[in-house]
Design a protein around this ligand. Structure first.
Ligand code: NAD
Ligand code: TYD
Length: 360
């Protein structure tokens, strides 16, 4: 039985990955989820699997070397999937320090703990051990409108403090591969969307605000482009890289779903109108008049677009869920999980929203 150590498994992508892995492998794998439960970590995301005997949750900070060493002392780990991070660009602009601590020092702590457990006296590694560092396309910086793609060989040129912290952690992983022959992969994925995404990010924020008749804040001219990937496709890619990837390599993961932010907002509004039954009181809230152009994000990257050619050619991964289908699945999930949204938007979220957008 393989043991996976997943960091940040109570967050958006981590929890979807854990669900995906249990759906795929059932009781033939064991997962240890290490998460310190920041504002973005939510154990409700894992309710359905929390009692499984092959699932263990550890409330631990990845920067806490002693606690991480203890977990490695008690468990022989086969696969590490490292999601834990501060992940929101707007927060990184307001408070960069915690991004450097978690994303850079936290990654270093995980690498050292894995290296200590896996390295043999002759400097080689125990067989079949793998560390996958989950990173982002934002490390490549920004593309001009309608021109070019990010390849694995594109220059690393981060702009936001978030992107800089992720680029730094990518370089540290690469240094461990190049210097110590450490068995790692780096994956750089485009914007994800789907169930359990925290409503500080564009898509769940727009869905939630539209349903409540609240303004839909559009930064700048609304024409910035992101390349959207349904989260299950990301989970599948990670699993495939772990099992079929070439050690030491970087793989771009992207959805071929490039859209302007304003297009995303119109698709969400149209899909909400289509999916809400007549007579549902929320339907009358849905209006284009909610769209509100606000001050642009500082240093706002114009366009991200991934060329996922390498992962397709070497590993056979391709996105399965195109945006039109994925957004319907996502909205259906939010309809069915109103309590989830109510819980995550109570308390600190209201303060964050007021500080960030200047309105309630
Ligand atoms: P998220 O913010 O939803 O979740 C992050 C999780 O990490 C939370 O559960 C949080 O509690 C945990 N965490 C934070 N600091 C920690 C610490 N010091 N110790 C232990 N746990 C800690 O993030 P997400 O959107 O699920 O992103 C997961 C990873 O994927 C990140 O590394 C991010 O950079 C990367 N990524 C995200 C996207 C995206 O669109 N969301 C795209 C590409 C890559
Ligand atoms: P976001 O979901 O924060 O992801 P990222 O910045 O990592 O790409 O934002 C996606 C895009 O949507 C980005 O161009 C910023 C924009 N955006 C808005 O226009 N309004 C908002 O309220 C938010 C949160 C984002």
């Amino acid at each position: 039985m393989k043991t996976y150590l997943v960091t940040g498994g109570a967050g958006f992508i981590g929890s979807n990955f854990i669900h995906y892995m249990f759906r795929k492998y059932g009781d033939t794998i064991r997962i240890i989820n290490v998460d310190c439960l920041t504002y973005a970590g939510n154990l409700e995301n894992l309710r359905e699997i929390e009692d499984k005997p092959n699932y263990i949750f550890k409330k631990v900070d990845i920067c806490d070397e002693d606690a991480i060493t203890r977990i490695f002392g008690e468990n022989e780990i086969d696969r590490i999937v490292h999601f834990a991070a501060e992940s929101h660009v707007d927060r990184s602009i307001r408070n960069p320090n915690v991004f450097m601590k978690t994303n850079v020092i936290g990654t270093l702590t995980m690498l050292n703990a894995a290296k200590n457990q896996w390295e043999l006296p002759d400097g080689s590694y125990k067989p079949d051990k793998r560390f996958l560092h989950v990173s982002t396309d934002e490390v490549y910086g920004s593309l001009p409108d309608g021109d070019g793609y990010f390849y694995e060989t594109s220059p690393i040129d981060p702009h936001s403090p978030y992107a800089a912290s992720k680029a730094s952690s990518d370089f540290i992983v690469k240094a461990y591969v190049d210097t110590f022959g450490f068995p790692a992969f780096i994956t750089n994925c485009s914007n994800n969307y789907g169930p359990y995404q925290f409503p500080e990010k564009l898509i769940p924020l727009i869905i939630n605000n539209a349903l409540h008749g609240k303004q839909l804040p559009v930064y700048g001219d609304g024409k910035n482009v992101r390349d959207w990937l349904y989260v299950d496709d990301h989970a599948k890619a990670i699993d495939m890289v772990l099992e079929k990837g070439r050690l030491g390599e970087r793989y771009n993961i992207g959805g071929h779903n490039e859209k302007q932010n304003i297009e995303i907002i119109h698709i969400i509004l149209d899909t909400l109108r289509e999916m809400l039954p007549d007579g549902d009181p929320r339907k009358q809230n849905i209006s284009d008049n909610l769209i509100s152009y606000v001050e642009d994000r500082k240093g706002h990257d114009r366009r991200y677009a991934i060329a996922p050619d390498k992962i397709k050619a070497e590993i056979g991964w391709e996105p399965e869920i195109m945006f039109e289908e994925g957004i319907k699945k996502t909205i259906a999930w939010f309809f069915e999980h109103e309590d989830w949204m109510k819980n995550v938007t109570s308390g600190d979220y209201a303060k964050y929203y007021q500080d960030m957008y200047g309105v309630k």
